[in-house]
Design a protein around this ligand. Structure first.
Ligand code: ATP
Ligand SMILES: Nc1ccn([C@@H]2O[C@H](COP(=O)(O)O)[C@@H](O)[C@H]2O)c(=O)n1
Length: 218
């Protein structure tokens, strides 16, 4: 059986941290789908182009190269904001869809499944995923975590700006017509606001175990 676990949620909710740990725990492949949109945005920004120009962004998405995913600037605030602009464009999403679906259906290295995190994994990319978790936390908690992460990386960070950027990105991701950020009807919500990383991971593992047990019992 090919096990697919989908984690979606707003910016800095902790879905990537959980997805990585779940992939390790269950020996599954991991795909951070946000890095694809970030890589498209980085290409557009390097060319000095406008991330809101659909033709330019779609061309960048269609030409995406594995090396683009290794760019050192992918996690910057500027690239995150531009990623959310290119991600609103249907042609960009279409160009990235097959890769994500192939990764889930045929994970690399002969692994027996995959964990994908993003915004539309449970709703669009893998609507038949075995487990869907929608990870949330309050905007203030998420901004605080991201602020600390940026400081730890030695990047300049001002908390109110980080909070505003996260809120702006969530609003754009939720309001767009193409594959908006929202929980799948059959997703289990996990609020990590009051949980440290270990507690959140244990809660996510419980959701996986309970969902799989329920499916087996059907
Ligand atoms: N439960 C938690 N408690 C404290 N810090 C956390 C928790 N979960 C994640 N973090 C930290 O919060 C930051 C954001 O987490 P992470 O990158 O996993 O979020 P994300 O949802 O994948 O973000 P993005 O959508 O921007 O890629 C990281 O610095 C991570 O170490
Ligand atoms: N499945 C996805 C994943 C990401 N996006 C967009 O990319 C932006 C950056 O993603 P991070 O997870 O790295 O924060 C995000 O704000 C989304 O606009 C997406 O649309 N679908």
């Amino acid at each position: 059986m090919n096990l697919v676990i989908a984690l979606d949620g707003p910016a800095a909710s902790g879905k990537g941290t959980l997805a990585r740990r779940l992939a390790e725990a269950f020996d599954l492949a991991y795909l951070d789908t946000g890095s694809l949109y970030r890589a498209v945005a980085a290409r557009v920004l390097v060319d000095g182009a406008d991330p809101q120009d659909e033709a330019v962004a779609a061309t960048a998405a269609e030409a995406l190269d594995p090396a683009d995913l290794q760019r050192p600037d992918l996690r910057s605030q500027a690239v995150g904001a531009a990623a959310s602009q290119v991600a609103a464009q249907p042609r960009v999403r279409q160009a990235l869809l097959d890769f994500q679906r192939r990764f889930a259906a045929r994970p690399p290295d002969g692994l027996s499944g995959a964990v994908l995190d993003g915004r539309d994994i449970g709703t669009v990319v893998c609507p038949d995923a075995d487990v869907k978790i929608y990870v949330v936390a309050s905007p203030e908690v998420r901004a605080e975590r991201r602020h600390r992460e940026l400081i730890a990386r030695g990047e300049p960070s001002i908390y109110p700006q980080v909070l505003a950027e996260i809120q702006e990105r969530d609003a754009r991701d939720s309001a767009r017509a193409a594959a908006p950020l929202k929980p799948a009807d059959d997703a289990v919500q996990l609020d990590t606001s009051e949980l440290d990383i270990e507690a959140a991971f244990q809660a996510a593992k419980r959701i996986v175990a309970e969902t799989l047990a329920a499916a087996k019992a059907e």
